[in-house]
Design a protein around this ligand. Structure first.
Ligand code: LIP
Length: 268
């Protein structure tokens, strides 16, 4: 990567530090499948521990900044205009099942705008990062969204609602969307981490991604990755993205419109 800002370096250092313990936790998760309590409590503990380490490292470097975190929620900083948005483990279901597809997601929000983001899978050691106006990178290599222009060549990712979740309607809506997209595309993937889904769109692996019912920490870092990699990001209706709304539609510039149209048509 050409030049990393001091803030981006702080984020990367924090993620690397937290990854040491997280990798150890992941190594032990398999044995917990047979324990009495089961792995769920253990994962919550790993989530909390990782978030604490990230928070500690970031606070050490930037004591004034606030936080929005999956586990601890909002922590106001003395600087009202800057905060970190953190998901310590995005893809917790994968983590608990011993599937090595999960990531830490850290974004920096300044004056309401996301200005930097990293998504780090500590197992594959893939580090995706981006800063406003500086492009997106995977382990120091510049990445760009795909250039595919035809729906029938495209592979899209999504998240399947579970346990009744999904903010914009019910499971039936999702089934309609999936039916419509699978009829016109090369395929749909559901790998279980929205942060990594967005990073994969930025890297051109997926041609697009959509999901509803997400939280700001699931997508804050991924959104800047996709934008800096040249992709478009909106909500499913094609409107400006609001992190709190939890609805996201993203794709390369050729496919954003047709994917959105397919989804909206399916919802009618
Ligand atoms: C998860 C997302 C996933 C989504 C799940 C969940 P978590 O985040 O990344 O794509 O489908 O509903 O929100 O809970 O592992 O941080």
């Amino acid at each position: 990567m050409a030049l990393r800002s001091p803030n981006l370096n702080v984020m990367i250092r924090a993620a690397r530090e937290a990854s040491i313990k997280l990798k150890r936790d992941y190594g032990e998760v398999d044995q917990l499948q047979v324990s009495k309590k089961g792995p769920a409590d253990y994962v919550t503990a790993a989530d909390i521990r990782t978030e604490k380490i990230l928070r500690g490292e970031l606070t050490k470097a930037r004591p004034d900044y606030g936080f929005l975190m999956e586990e601890a929620g909002i922590v106001e900083g003395t600087d009202p205009d800057r905060r970190w948005i953190i998901d310590p483990i995005d893809g917790t279901t994968n983590f608990v099942h011993g599937i090595a597809h999960f990531a830490m997601s850290i974004a920096l929000q300044e004056h309401g705008r996301i200005t930097a983001g990293i998504v780090f899978n500590p197992i594959s050691e893939e580090l995706f990062c981006a800063e406003l106006g500086q492009g997106a990178y995977l382990n120091d290599r510049r990445i760009r969204v795909s250039s595919r222009g035809a729906m029938d060549n495209a592979v899209f990712a999504t998240g399947i609602p579970f346990l009744g979740r999904g903010s914009e309607g019910d499971h039936q809506t999702f089934l309609k969307e999936m039916g419509a997209v699978m009829a016109v595309s090369s395929g749909i993937r559901r790998f279980g981490s929205a942060a990594l889904d967005l990073a994969f769109v930025a890297a051109g692996r997926y041609d697009g991604f959509w999901e509803t019912g997400l939280q700001p920490w699931d997508i804050a870092a991924g959104v800047i990755l996709v934008r800096e990699a040249g992709g478009l990001v909106t909500d499913i209706q094609g409107r400006d993205l609001r992190l709190e709304a939890g609805s996201i539609l993203t794709a390369n510039r050729n496919l954003h419109q047709p994917l959105g149209q397919t989804l909206r048509q399916a919802r009618k």
